[in-house]
Design a binder for this molecule. Structure first.
Ligand code: PLP
Length: 393
């Protein structure tokens, strides 16, 4: 199997599994227990906190709070801050956020908040003047993702953080779920107050995430109960998963595998765009402004769902749009926000690479994809339009 769906989830790294294993067998204590086994667990949790803090460039490990997933981190950041500040009801976010932020903000709009949705252009980029204009004295929170899960487009959070700071009292929350482990991050140097991440996107297991809460920013507890996570999220810690997240963060700090992933993604993207006449890149073409692992390509006038199924039959896993949209026939909100025409948005495939992909796998994919697309092109009702593209190519 060739797995090119790493933005959906990733394989647990062997190094991560090895770090977790003793905590599934020999070390089974509760980190809140005072005895030796409990203390051993607590030490492991605190070591993982340091590993996460180090990857994010946090000023202090206490700024890291373990959660169960990225969605929880996003929900807690936004929902918690609003709960804490009941007089401020204005939120600014973008049209292309993941559901964890977008659907939450839609819900908040229904229950009395005012949401300003920042638009993106055809390349998936924001106009920062829109943000400047949108900021108000009563703006509670600005929530902007660092990397888009579908296109890999990076938003300039350094600049956004400065604008938020200079023009408002709002807190700045960043959904960093797709970026962590793929690009360097140094929160110490950014005006970011809250930052969400998820373990299963960086070769840790599913079921663990974290929220960075800058020192000085307070949130009400996400779960009320015991004193775990300094009273910020009650419930016995999922020690094996937390240890796994720590190990994954340490693994991700090594830049070598990222360079290889970037090269493989470049080769895949270049070849598809060069050899398949109806292929069109979604998102900015400047690769410095995109994640190194993601290529979102539309095959115009054919159904992405059909490409995905035929690739699946060939043993190659990809997504149409974001994983969360697969199975529905609507063009993804992100591509719609970018004004990608319907006939292209429907044919969009997301290739997302990871640390275990090889050159052979990319060549194999390039070997089967053109045949699959041309089979579907032959069956497409858009004969005339496809002719024009073929002649132009
Ligand atoms: N934010 C982004 C940008 C994502 O891509 C995802 C998952 O795909 C999430 C949040 C949600 O993370 P989780 O699946 O850990 O809840």
């Amino acid at each position: 199997m060739i797995y090119l769906d790493n933005n959906a989830t990733t394989r647990v790294a062997p190094e991560v599994f090895a770090a977790m294993q003793p905590f599934l067998t020999d070390y089974y204590g509760n980190p809140a227990s005072a005895h030796a086994l409990g203390r051993r667990m607590k030490t492991a949790v605190e070591q993982a906190r340091e590993q996460v803090a180090a990857l994010l460039g946090a000023a202090d490990p206490t700024e890291i709070v373990f959660t169960s997933c990225g969605s929880e981190s996003d929900n807690w950041a936004i929902g918690g801050f609003l709960e804490q500040n009941p007089t401020r009801r204005h939120i600014i976010t973008t049209r292309v956020e993941h559901e964890a932020v977008r659907n939450l903000c839609e819900h908040l709009a229904e229950v009395g908040c005012e949401v300003t949705w920042l638009e993106v252009d055809g390349q998936g980029e924001l106009d920062l003047d829109d943000l400047r204009r949108a900021l108000r004295r009563d703006t509670a929170i600005v929530s902007v993702m660092l990397a888009n899960n579908e296109t890999g487009v990076l938003f300039p959070i350094e600049e956004i953080g400065k604008i938020v700071r200079e023009n408002s009292d709002a807190v700045f929350h960043v959904d960093g779920v797709q970026a962590v482990g793929k690009i360097p991050i140094n929160l110490k140097e950014l005006e970011v107050d809250l930052f969400a991440l998820s373990g299963h996107k960086l070769h840790a297991p599913q079921g663990v995430g974290a929220l960075y809460v800058r020192n000085g920013v307070t949130l009400p507890p996400f779960i009320i109960g015991g004193a775990q996570e300094h009273g910020r999220r009650a419930g016995t810690s999922a020690v094996p998963n937390i240890v796994g997240l720590g190990a994954a963060c340490e693994l991700a700090a090594n830049p070598e595998s990222h360079e290889l992933i970037g090269r493989l993604r470049g080769r895949l993207e270049d070849e598809i765009l060069r050899t398949i006449p109806n292929a069109l890149l979604n998102g900015i073409s400047d690769r410095a402004k995109r994640l190194p692992n993601t290529a979102n390509i539309s095959f115009q006038y054919v159904e992405g769902e059909n490409i995905m199924m035929l690739l699946d039959e060939a043993g190659i896993c990809v997504s149409t749009g974001s994983a969360c949209h697969s199975g529905t026939h609507q063009a993804s909100p992100t591509l719609r926000a970018m004004n990608v025409p319907y006939t292209a948005a429907q044919g969009s495939i997301r290739f997302s690479l990871g640390r275990y992909n090889t050159t052979e796998e990319i060549e194999q994919t390039l070997g089967v994809l053109p045949g699959i697309v041309s089979r579907l092109v032959e069956m497409s009702p858009y004969e005339k339009e496809l002719k024009v593209l073929q002649n132009a190519g």
